[in-house]
Design a binder for this molecule. Structure first.
Ligand code: HEM
Length: 402
């Protein structure tokens, strides 16, 4: 890069911490995102990149924890990397709210996805997962991502949410366009489709509640008044993206791990009681949701001065593999005692849907190690990583070993 085009480095950023790295799009990152952030963490726990609007990159478990657990100094608004002014007409409820304002709305979501609330869904998830896995159990190969990882969480979520499962392919194409197409025009068009659709669904449930999650939200109150159509649209939008995208990517990423590690796959076949801890361990090792924050006031982190308004990328994928926090971090040990991580975030914004996500991950691991023969990556399998707001892959070809 020439000195004329190089973005300016702010005076408070020590030059030895500057790396010209596009953490989402550089070929090095897309070749293997986790390996790329491992290298960054080995380099330093806190770095500055002038790309993507310029931002700090936090890679150590301890510093990621400190930032997430000091929300008064690191608000969640504005968010995005780079920040796109006007991407949403207001602060997105509840993700981009902070402090008490956030708590007032988050309180409404927490009980909807509590362990008690999602327990009755166990049979439903198992039923759908069994149906899908049985459909390919007799084949030699499966393209796991499109055959199971995408449809399973979508069928479960759309059913709870109350919008037609029959339109799943259309919804999925919108979600892909918005989150993974890498094309700003396609993303804007897909975002408009989603908000248009959800605005109608919200208006409909406000007029005429049904037995679904949107209607349940529409009957809730904040500050002694019903939620407005805009607040309901925000929450629905967030849940729609989380419900249709995150679990799918996590499922494929951890299934890829098992396909590449026959010994550990066998360990789960031999002892299914390991599955619960295996899910936590694989979430630690393959976290898919790096987070962004803004520096809310001048702050010193790890001896480095951060200035109000600086942007932060918190690499939860790097933090989960930090040797300062975990022994032998790159090995998945299903009997590891300490595998708690920031895979679902930490602090006030910690994932509202994590119990549902864990339940789906556990059931799929259980069924993929009982209903089908051992699996491995199919010969010649090719895939592409995406490393934006949610990491994942575009396909996962597995071969069954009979
Ligand atoms: C494996 C799957 C999932 C992963 C890895 C994941 C990850 C995360 C992370 C890291 C956050 C924190 C965001 C932040 O601090 O800025 C978050 C927040 C959130 N997640 Fe998830 N998530 C998953 C599944 C789900 C599901 C299934 C739902 C609901 C259907 C959901 C709903 C939410 C909501 C509503 C928030 C915002 C919470 C708030 O701002 O208070 N997530 N998720």
């Amino acid at each position: 890069m020439t000195s004329e085009t190089a973005p300016e480095i702010p005076a408070h950023v020590p030059s030895e911490l500057v790396r010209h790295l596009d953490i989402r799009n550089d070929p090095d990152v897309l070749a293997d995102p986790w390996a790329a952030v491992d290298r960054l963490r080995e380099d330093a726990p806190l770095l500055w990149s002038p790309e993507l609007g310029s931002h700090w990159i936090v890679t150590s478990a301890e510093l990621v924890r400190q930032v997430l657990q000091t929300p008064d100094a690191f608000p969640n608004y504005p968010s995005g990397l780079p920040v796109i002014e006007g991407a949403w007409p207001r602060k997105l409820v509840p993700l981009q709210l902070d402090g008490d304002e956030h708590t007032r709305y988050r309180r409404l979501l927490t009980p909807l996805f509590s362990p008690r609330a999602i327990r009755p869904l166990t049979d439903l998830v198992r039923e759908h997962a069994t149906r899908i896995i049985t459909s390919f159990a007799g084949d030699d190969r499966v393209e796991f991502h499109s055959q199971l990882a995408i449809p399973l969480p979508s069928v479960v979520f759309l059913g709870i949410f109350g919008i037609p499962v029959e339109q799943m392919d259309t919804f999925q194409s919108w979600v892909f366009g918005l989150l993974h197409s890498g094309d700003p025009e396609a993303a804007a068009a897909a975002g408009a489709e989603i908000t248009g659709y959800l605005a109608e669904a919200v208006a409909d449930r406000m007029r005429e509640p049904r037995e679904d999650l949107i209607s349940e939200l529409a009957q809730m109150e904040v500050d002694g008044r019903p939620l407005t159509a805009e607040e309901l649209l925000d929450m629905s939008f967030l849940l729609f993206l989380a419900g249709l995208d995150t679990v799918s990517n996590q499922l494929s990423v951890i299934t890829m791990h098992l396909a590449r590690d026959p010994g550990q796959q066998q360990a789960l076949r031999d002892d299914p009681s390991l599955i619960e801890n295996a899910v936590e361990e694989l979430l630690r090792l393959h976290a898919i949701a790096p987070l962004t924050r803004t520096v809310g006031r001048d702050f010193t982190l790890n001896g480095v001065r951060l200035r109000k308004g600086d942007r932060m990328l918190l690499s939860t994928p790097a933090a989960g593999r930090d040797p300062a926090a975990y022994d032998d971090p790159l090995t998945a040990r299903f009997d590891r005692a300490n595998n708690s991580s920031a895979a679902f975030g930490l602090g006030p914004h910690r994932c509202a849907g994590m119990h549902l996500a864990r339940q789906e991950l556990r059931i799929v691991l259980e069924l993929m190690t009982t209903l089908v023969p051992p699996f491995r990556l199919a010969p010649g399998a090719r895939w592409q990583w995406h490393a934006g707001e949610i990491w994942g892959l575009d396909r996962l070809d597995l071969e069954f070993v009979r």
